[in-house]
Structure formats: structure tokens, C-alpha cells
Design a protein around this ligand. Sequence first.
Ligand SMILES: C[S@@+](CC[C@H](N)C(=O)[O-])C[C@H]1O[C@@H](n2cnc3c(N)ncnc32)[C@H](O)[C@@H]1O
Length: 224
Amino acid sequence: MSFTPNPSTARVRTAHQIRVFLRAWARDPLGVAAVLPSGRQLSQKMLKPLSLLPDSDPAVQRVVELGAGTGAFTRALVEHGLQRRNLLVVERDAALHGLLRQRFPDLQILQADACALRAAAQASGYLQHGPADAVISGLGLLSMPRATQRSILTEAFSILRPGGCFVQFTYGHASPVSRALREEMGLQVRRAGLAWRNAPPASVFVYQRGFTAAHTCTAADTTQ
Ligand SMILES: C[S@@+](CC[C@H](N)C(=O)[O-])C[C@H]1O[C@@H](n2cnc3c(N)ncnc32)[C@H](O)[C@@H]1O
């Protein structure tokens, strides 16, 4: 894949990506749950808890991304050196899925529903090489009914190793997964950063279940 250095070509591509995203939003405003793709600062904040940054312990190697949209987080994952065979990208919308396939022809990108993640990951062969270390979620979790949240989190934790991380952003300061659902599912949560330059500003939360000190992701970024 190539990220062209030509600024005018890059602008045309970005405009095209925004058009595809806006059309997806017009078709399904609640599902897409944002009118603009995430920016660079939020993408970096989403990756920070994963030890993927230079000079960090590479404890997190296998990642599944949910709700990739136009690929803001996908691009960041690739740029930070995640090996392509260790990355599985999931997007439900057909047009956005097509765009992602064009942008990242070498990656495994599934058109699938996060509510059926385990079956999709199994069918793709991803799980043959072991569970995921982390799930990066670009889903609009906050705007989903609790039953859908429960279903997505259950599927995600079913493919995560013990101590694996579910990383989620939200437009606001509170966890998008309620205390009641966290307690029901035995999830711990920590706030892992604020992307104040994002439009709109967004907070990053990390959820874990049944972890031991030996298995945890590295300490979350608590800076802004
Ligand atoms: C808030 S947008 C974020 C897109 C991208 N991650 C970003 O940050 O720019 C949410 C994305 O999740 C996708 N999506 C919504 N529900 C989904 C589901 N159940 N399974 C897979 N993708 C879903 C939408 O089509 C949309 O692309």
C-alpha cells in the first residue's frame, strides 16, 4: 500500500473518503454515529495503550479492528508496524468496506457485523494463529442499545486472550459502557487519554476482563 506524498492527490483521496463516509452516515446515522472520520491525534491515542509505539515492549502483536470506517485507525496500525497477518479489520457497511479494500489491498478486511465477530474471525482463518491481544473499536458504541453492546463485547472478549484489551473511543468524558454492564460482564475500565484536537474531542477507554499482572497490556496513557 502507498500513502502518496503528492498533496493534491492526497486531498482528492481524503475528499473521496469523506464523501463515502458521509453517504454511509446518511444511510445509517445511528450505525455510523459520526459525521467525520477520526483524526490523527485520536488514532495515536487509540494505539497508545497497545505497546505498539516505538521503543515500547511489543506485548501486543495481534489486533482486530471493529468499525474501521475509512481506515483512520487502520492506517495508524499499519504505520506503527503491526504485521499484516496479525491484523484483522471488520466493517459492516458495504461501501466503506470497498473503500478499505482499495486503500489497504494487502490487509484482511471483512465485511461483517461485530455482533458476529467470532464466527467471522474463525471463518477468515485469523484465529488459527491464536487469539487477539487487543480489539480496537471504532464503533459508535454509545449510541447502541445495551443488548447490542453486550453482544459486541461478548464476541470481542471471546476472541481476546486473557488480559487482552478492548479499546474504545467516545465523544464525551464518561465510559460508553455503563457501570451496570461492566459489572455484569466483569470488566475493568480505565480512561486512557483525551484527543482534544479531534472533531469532536474524544476520550479513549480501555476495558479488560480476567487479567493477571503477567498478561496485561502496558499501562495506559493518562496524559492528554
Ligand atoms: C463512528 S464510525 C468510526 C469509523 C472509523 N473507525 C473512524 O474512527 O473514523 C463507526 C463505524 O462502525 C461501523 N459499524 C457500525 N456498526 C457496526 C457493526 N455492528 N459491525 C461492524 N461495523 C459497524 C460503521 O459502518 C462505521 O464505519
